[in-house]
Design a protein around this ligand. Sequence first.
Ligand code: 2AM
Ligand code: CA
Length: 290
Amino acid sequence: MAVISGLVRVMERAARKAGTRLRRDFGEVEHLQVSRKGPGDFVSKADQHAERTIYDELLLARPDWGFVMEEGGTIEGDPRKPRWIVDPLDGTTNFLHSIPHFAISIAVQEPALDGKGADGSGWGDVIAGLVYQPITDESFWAEKTRGAWLHDRRLRVSARRNLDEALIGTGIPFSNRGDAGQWSRIYAEIGPRVASIRRNGAASLDLAWVAAGRFDGFWETDLQIWDSAAGCLLVREAGGFVSDFRGRSLPICAESVLAGTDGLHARLHKLLAGAMKPSANPVDQGGAVG
Ligand code: 2AM
Ligand code: CA
């Protein structure tokens, strides 16, 4: 039985309020696909509006906490208090193309006890996270040491132990960002050994799906803290493992992320590490993908 804390209620209220409007805007985007101007500006405004709604709600509930937001950047709060990490619309490209797969991600990060933190930022553990999918009305949430949940159902990563049955999510480098050659080498190692690979386009949901046992693993690089903070906590609290590409289980997960079930993470990391060796494929100088 889930005992939903005041903190999770605050996050959920903010996400649902922004989600109601995003759902409406998403309906509008479908009409704009065929217009000459296209839906680009409209989607930017929807994104900004969602962030403003979330900001207002969270600020009202915790007036002295700071923010890190995808659109608005960093807003300092009381340094002794936690801060919010907000992605108001993860999966923007899906939204823009009328693909109903996007989410709001909100996480809470504590100040580092030693004043420095693992990455020198002064920030420590993520203690709560929520990934809300407005179209399906699914609310994935987790609190440190209190488990991961989908509404009031406890989440547990999948029990699959065979790689050839595993469904693995990934993010492919796009728009000249990231290392497409590296992604191809990792894919060449992992792809043929698993049941299938998915590129769904919203990292926070990919991680929530690992927590929910839908995916058995996930890898992506060049992520930002707002893409991964809530999702990483979800995976860990559902009994899975999250590391960077070097296999380090860092408290603050961002940039490069490999998530997997307890049964598969180590094997996925072995494959990924093999692909990252300079000699893994000297011929491949960065093939075109994505
Ligand atoms: P965003 O929608 O919040 O920008 C997926 O690989 C991750 O990359 C998503 O979390 C998405 O976050 C981000 N992303 C940004 N631009 C993208 C693009 N053009 N195509 C795919 N993903 C993109
Ligand atoms: Ca994002």
